[in-house]
Every structure is written in structure tokens, then in C-alpha cells.
Design a protein around this ligand. Structure first.
Ligand SMILES: [Zn+2]
Length: 270
């Protein structure tokens, strides 16, 4: 929160023109210690949550700045630090990691946490995410398996609410044993990057792959037909793989089923 110089109206950090008197307002918080603030995600009475970059390591972090109104002082900060140390004993795969509680040069207390690029629930509810029952099923399966994992080691979350659950922007793709992929001969190209794409093909849908970059592909679900340079079609079922040399003009992949979807993972070598 900041205050308008002219009329003392309390304003959100992101506001640059006072809605009350119309005067220009100085920009909100830009940094705290050596963390550069990228965006403000949530601003409440007692804290401001930001996405920030650690200027020393260039790593993304989430920062919760406790406002002066929050009442956080040395004593509460010590309690928060103790709580944070206890939380660190929980499995790191299941929880957002809170790294430290610090006091800034100008006296503000703040908490530094791991940054996770996520969608919030209101974005999810207004998107078409829930129209895909597979995504919903997968999401609830993940939530249930994490709760089950915690249960197994004696942890219970008695009052779990939706906002305690973080949904990743993209569901993590299932582990793929890359040793099963075919090999590819690269004559005079050095590869220093592999981009991985997951393509969902609805019933009878097709995709065209860029033919000018060498790729390896894996059919993860369904049955597809691959046609390279207009030549004979090759039928590949789930678990099957293919390679594209990079010298091809075009490659088309068609889901041959008119009843079920297909999914193809491609590893594009760059
Ligand atoms: Zn004003």
C-alpha cells in the first residue's frame, strides 16, 4: 500500500494515478534489498505478494512483504522463522518451499519462497480447463496421490481448501525413457538444445511438423499415421517412435482414430 501525496488516499502499489483526486502517484515498490520486483500478485492489508528476481543469482522467487500494518516485529519474525524450519521437513516435492524470513534495509519484514509458475483457481474456472474431463481427472488424481503420499508418512491436512492446491500451467508430462527413442545422424549440425513438445490430437485431427529441424518423436497415446514428404504413410501406435532428419520438406501426423484422441511427444534438436 502507498498513499497519495495530495489527498492521503491509500492506494495499491500498481496504481499510478490517484482515483480520488486524479494526481500522478509515484510508482510503487520496485525492489526490496537485492530482489527486483517483476509484478505484484496480491496486495492485502497485511502483506503484498510479488514475483521477484534475485539480482545475484537471477533466479525467480516469490516474496511476501509484510506491511507495517501487519504487526510483524522481531518476535513474530522469530516465530515465523521457527515455523518455516518445521515446514522445511515436509517432502519438498509436495510443498512450495519457503526459503527465509528477512528484514530489509528499510525495516520491512519479508519472506522469500520458491517461485512456481501457476494459474490461480479463478483463472482456471474461467478458462476451458474444466471442459476437458481428462485434465480434471488427472488433476484430482494428482491431488489425491499427494494427499495419499502425505498420509503414508503420517501427515494430515485437516482443512484443505482449493487455494492450498497449486495447479501447474502445464501438467508435467509423464516420464519418458529417452533411451527407447530412435537415433538420428546429424552430419554437420551441433545440437545444444532440445525442445520438447506435447501435441494432443483430437479424433481424426492432424498436425504438420516443421521439416527443417531434426526431431525424434514418441507416440504416447493412440495410433497415428506419419507421412513425410508426401511419401508412403507409416502407422505408429502408442509406444512407437520415429525420427525426422531435418532434411524433410514436411511431415504430417494424423490421428487415425475417429473415436479416441492421440498424443505425440516430439524432441526437436536445435
Ligand atoms: Zn489523491
Amino acid at each position: 500500500m502507498k498513499q497519495c501525496d495530495q489527498c492521503d488516499q491509500l492506494l495499491s502499489e500498481i496504481i499510478t494515478t490517484c482515483p480520488s483526486c486524479g494526481s500522478e502517484v509515484a510508482e510503487g515498490i520496485q525492489s526490496i534489498d537485492n530482489y527486483r520486483i517483476v509484478s505484484i500478485l496480491h496486495e492485502g492489508y497485511s502483506s503484498v505478494v510479488c514475483h521477484a528476481i534475485d539480482e545475484e543469482t537471477e533466479e525467480d522467487v516469490a516474496i511476501r512483504i509484510f506491511t507495517p500494518q501487519s504487526g510483524v516485529d522481531d518476535k513474530i519474525a522469530a516465530r515465523l522463522t521457527t515455523e518455516l524450519e518445521i515446514l522445511k521437513e515436509l517432502p519438498t516435492d509436495y510443498f512450495v518451499q519457503h526459503l527465509k524470513i528477512k528484514q530489509s534495509e528499510n525495516g520491512l519484514w519479508y519472506r522469500v519462497s520458491e517461485w512456481i509458475d501457476t494459474k490461480n483457481w479463478s483463472q482456471l474456472f474461467t478458462s476451458d480447463y474444466f471442459n476437458d474431463y481428462r485434465a480434471v481427472f488427472n488433476l484430482f488424481r494428482r491431488i489425491a496421490s499427494i494427499l495419499d503420499g502425505l498420509h503414508q508418512i503420517g501427515h494430515f491436512i485437516p482443512h484443505l481448501i482449493l487455494n492450498d492446491v497449486i495447479v501447474f500451467e502445464k501438467a508435467p508430462t509423464e516420464a519418458i525413457d529417452r533411451r527407447t527413442l530412435p537415433t538420428i545422424d546429424l552430419v554437420d549440425q551441433s545440437v545444444d538444445r532440445v525442445d520438447i513438445y506435447a501435441s494432443e490430437l483430437d479424433r481424426s485431427a492432424s498436425i504438420v511438423l516443421e521439416g527443417d529441424e531434426p526431431s525424434l518423436g514418441l507416440v504416447a497415446e493412440g495410433v497415428v499415421e506419419l507421412q513425410v514428404n508426401g511419401e508412403a504413410k507409416q502407422r505408429i501406435a502408442a509406444g512407437g517412435t520415429f525420427s525426422l532428419s531435418g532434411a524433410d520438406s514436411s511431415a504430417t501426423i494424423v490421428n487415425v482414430s475417429s473415436e479416441v484422441g492421440a498424443r505425440v511427444i516430439t524432441f526437436r534438436l536445435r
